[in-house]
Design a protein around this ligand. Structure first.
Ligand code: NAP
Length: 283
């Protein structure tokens, strides 16, 4: 079997076209959706991420503000900026790029963001909303994974999904979203004694670990759907995921590539969340 590709770039283009149309409609009603991105320090990867997020706003017609602050910024100064953006009527989404410098308590800063503008979905109110099935913002990366499953018409009801990784931003929310769609969900982590025994039972595998080749062909049931969230570098310095793509694609039914899979979907879902935050004002 050679797996079919779930193309995150193509799906993103489709979803962003829809976002652009809805932004245009909202602008006609006098509201321009706005995203504020705060970057503290000089982390090289973060610089690329925030640039891509601001560009996505421009491409879809949204307003964006990028605040760059030195790594010496104090926690109190950052909290004051978040407060100001909470009160800014032109801003519908606030994103504080992580990681923050060690002297700033990232959780405290996230909790300072108004839940109504928490488009990253990291606030404890957003996590609680997801857990209880209430309306709220879903974290962008697992939300993008769900859209990828939806795009292939995959019905999760009665399926066994195995999520590898249990972080607050990917693994745990991913598991809750799959559960909400009536999958039977297993969550694996670094303390799971026999990962292969778990993944071999899975109809859907989501790998969100941050280590190359965590999932190899011998660990995958023929026809399974494999979503690769990982972002790593191979020996040649090229971007790669957690999955041994060449091996696993021979066994799986569907697979997401890296690059061009979950990565672009994450930014697309940030656009969707920001737009929906603005749309709530006229709903
Ligand atoms: P994280 O916070 O470091 O969590 C990694 C998880 O993997 C932890 O739960 C850890 O278990 C588990 N783990 C580590 N080694 C394992 C092993 N050998 N077997 C099974 N589980 C293992 O990472 P994250 O923030 O969730 O991100 C995961 C990956 O996704 C990273 O590569 C990150 O760069 C990528 N990512 C990509 C996007 C995107 O847009 N494409 C967005 C976010 C993250 P313990 O809890 O027991 O330590």
């Amino acid at each position: 079997m050679t797996a079919q590709l779930i193309d995150g770039n193509a799906l993103s283009r489709q979803l962003r076209a829809d976002v652009t149309a809805r932004v245009t409609a909202l602008k006609a009603r006098g509201i321009t959706p706005g995203l504020a991105v705060i970057l503290v320090g000089e982390n090289a990867a973060s610089q690329v991420y925030v640039r891509n997020k601001v560009k996505a706003c421009e491409d879809t017609g949204m307003h964006s503000v990028l605040e760059r602050w030195p790594a010496t910024m104090t926690e109190a100064e950052l909290l004051a900026r978040v407060d100001a953006l909470n009160a800014d009527a032109t801003i519908h989404g606030i994103l504080v790029q992580l990681p923050l410098p060690a002297h700033i308590d990232a959780q405290k800063v996230i909790e300072a963001i108004s839940p109504a503008k928490d488009v990253d979905g990291f606030h404890i109110a957003s996590a609680g909303a997801l857990m209880t099935g209430m309306p709220g913002f879903w974290p962008c990366t697992p939300y993008g994974c769900m859209k990828m499953l939806e795009s292939i018409g995959y019905g999760l009801k009665g399926k066994h999904a195995v999520v590898i990784g249990r972080s607050n931003i990917v693994g745990k929310p991913m598991a809750l979203m799959l559960l909400q769609q009536n999958a039977t969900v297993t969550i694996c982590h670094s303390g799971t004694p026999d990962l292969k025994a778990m993944t071999l039972q899975a109809d859907v595998i989501v790998a969100a670990v941050g280590k190359r080749n965590v999932l190899t062909a011998d660990m995958v049931k023929p026809g399974a759907v494999v979503i690769d969230v990982g972002m790593n570098r191979n020996d040649e310095g090229k971007l790669c995921g957690d999955v041994d793509f060449e091996g696993v694609r021979q066994v799986a039914g569907w697979i997401t590539p890296v690059p061009g899979g979950v990565g672009p979907m994450t930014i697309t879902m940030l656009m969707v969340n920001t737009l929906e935050s603005a749309e709530r004002l006229v709903a």
